[in-house]
Design a protein around this ligand. Sequence first.
Ligand SMILES: Cc1cc2nc3c(=O)[nH]c(=O)nc-3n(C[C@H](O)[C@H](O)[C@H](O)COP(=O)(O)O)c2cc1C
Length: 383
Amino acid sequence: MLENNRFDSKANIKRGEVASMLYHYLSSNTSGQPEPAAGGKILVAYFSATNTTRPLAEYAADILSADLYEIVPEDPYTDADLAYYTNGRADREQNDASARPAISGIVENMADYDVIFLGYPIWHGQAPRIISTFLESYDLTGKTIIPFCTSHSSGIGSSDTSLHSLASGANWLAGRRFAGGTTRSAMEDWISGLDLPEPEAVVDAVTSATSKAGFNFETKSVTLNSGYEMPINGLGTYSLHGETCVNAVKSALASGVRLIDTATAYGNEEEVGQAVREAMEELGLQREDIFVITKIYPGSEMANPEQSIQACLDRLDLGYVDMMLLHHPDRNDVKAYQAMEKFVENGKIRSLGLSNWYVKELEEFLPQVPITPALVQNEIHPL
Ligand SMILES: Cc1cc2nc3c(=O)[nH]c(=O)nc-3n(C[C@H](O)[C@H](O)[C@H](O)COP(=O)(O)O)c2cc1C
């Protein structure tokens, strides 16, 4: 989705990824300090007798921002217990389908988890019996369980499907076997290809954050954190120039569109300003009726932000701009944003925002600026 830190508009993007981006952005608090990722709804539970499965479980928990739980036997396995084909303890347990080795401790808040990744070593083609103990200790109805395992050489075989009857109300996804020493990025590839349910926390956060932001779907507007109201729909003016631009903007305004989006990079701020002024005159609109967004560009514009911002205001010639965005991340983006904050103080810009900023960039950027951006304008092609 992100290539060279730029959005690849042709890449497929899952609804969950959009929700996750929205969650991360919308749930950041008003001080601009990002809060921790959702987590908590995914559990990575694992048993590892000789520490081969353990790092994979740790990678998974880290990648998923999930909680990690080690299934620890009440009676630890000794080397002799684990020596296979000796009729030792592990061999005997695997030969006895009813064996249920006791687990030390319990997952107190199992009800909180929607998704459980379950890691184990292959023992004689199956999951160790302690995994059966684990599954039978909880009501896992409705939870999604994704088994993963390590082995010396065997595949996952029937070790995952044999577990289904122990938690028959769960939604079991196909398991996956990994070799010892599997890398974090291999785990990442596997996890990113899974069709996981959207954690309720993400959906709830998006719903509550969007309602806090003040969306009004009747008036098709949103009240921003700056207190100003912004229309939800608008006209983007990229590639419109000269008379075509003026006519397009005026027609849009005549048809009821109330948000016009431009940028210095589009090279048409003068035409947009002219169209807005003429439409106000011809349609009897007030300046406050129309919401104009512009953006300043990385490179020399962000290196000299005061000058660039003033140049935008001069080209638009509308008295003030409703919203100004930084068009892309840049090495001077914090400096440029701070300059925009000064123009907010003197009333020349009403709201601030960002464009083409994704989770990683937001996490770095937000703690450095006092005014939380009112908008993150990103290109998304969900279908
Ligand atoms: C009792 C026992 C039985 C095993 N059976 C198999 C097996 O059937 N196939 C296989 O490839 N490896 C088998 N192994 C090897 C483990 O699956 C492998 O070393 C695994 O990665 C260990 O994971 P852990 O270190 O997380 O416990 C067995 C190991 C033990 C102790």
